[in-house]
Design a protein around this ligand. Sequence first.
Ligand SMILES: Cc1ncc(COP(=O)(O)O)c(C=O)c1O
Length: 397
Amino acid sequence: MARTRLADRLAAARAERQAAAATRVRREIEAREGAQVLVDGRQLTSFCGNDYLGLSQHLDVVAALQEAAAWHGVGSTGSAGVSGHHAEHAALENEMAQWLGYERGLLFGSGYLANLAVMQSLLGEGDTCVQDKLNHACLIDGARLSGCELKRYPHRDVEAALRQLMSRREGAAILATDGVFSMDGDQAPLADLALVARTQDAMLFVDDAHGIGVLGPEGRGSLAVAGLGAREVPLLLVPLGKAFGGQGAMLLGSDSVVGHVAETARPYLFSTAPAPAMAAAMRASLRLIRAESWRRAKLASLVARFRRGASALGLPLHESFTPIQPMVLGDNARALAVSQSLEAAGYLVTAIRPPTVPADQARLRITLSVDHGERDVDGLLAALADALKASPEPIPA
Ligand SMILES: Cc1ncc(COP(=O)(O)O)c(C=O)c1O
């Protein structure tokens, strides 16, 4: 059989993406102050970042990073097991474990890496991982990498999760879910999932990338809202690139489970530890998250204003009460057209298309931040109403 020329295959795949309005272009942010960004020389108000609490440019956080960089340099010099584990990392691990009520924390360079690590080190052939269909890609990729049997239940369907766990009793099992779903903004039924996990001897693992900092007292996230802790949710992931405003991710669990990941996970062992300066910055973010509840109150009031305004204008709303407010538009071309109209009106809202979301569910993923004002929200809503009128839903053939 003749070998496929990779270059030909890639050219065909690109042509296919172009025909489906699925090509991806990165926008270059030339400067940023809060939600105001400079793109191609134009000032736009961004409604698509994850800096929910406005901490990524907070003076205390920036100063902590600068001071630690002056002291430790910009790099960690190695993987954590060799030369890269610094006092700043250890302090952040301890402070976060104490804050959230876990025995131990383990800092990773990113949430994606952490989820690959957890799955690959805790599960293997003969084991099972049961996951919500809309979980973030890295939870799914991690389970695939581990060689376990991956089962995905319909979104938020607790009974289906139970059935999937009951259908395979051999081997160990993890039940994994996002706390707040990244593209939909809705919340996992954590209390019910905890019950299912307990009755089925499965370990519940929650990735709270979009709940931590934003929800619950002191911003302790989805678990606090559901009245759960380390006993019901033995493994918790806290990515630091969203409300914390930085980079990295903290895995929290018992000494024995987290210790096992630290000693055996290939994505942990064979990757350079994050910069100590970033850990110092994240310690400053943690202090602000705990102390400044006004940020959560302001965010909640912006979310409520957005939903009230959208509903008054008859715009399609999703069942989400978090700062992630998706507007599902269906086909790629329409999502792109609406995103382009918004940009012409001064708003940056990237169109999210498959494979990030399921086919025919292209959308605008609108995110709100403490950096927005009420006038920003009202302006976006008016621009959205105009943009949707200019790109009406196609009439089915
Ligand atoms: C639920 C969830 N988990 C994990 C990640 C990945 O985290 P990171 O961006 O730190 O790799 C994301 C972010 O994109 C996410 O939304």
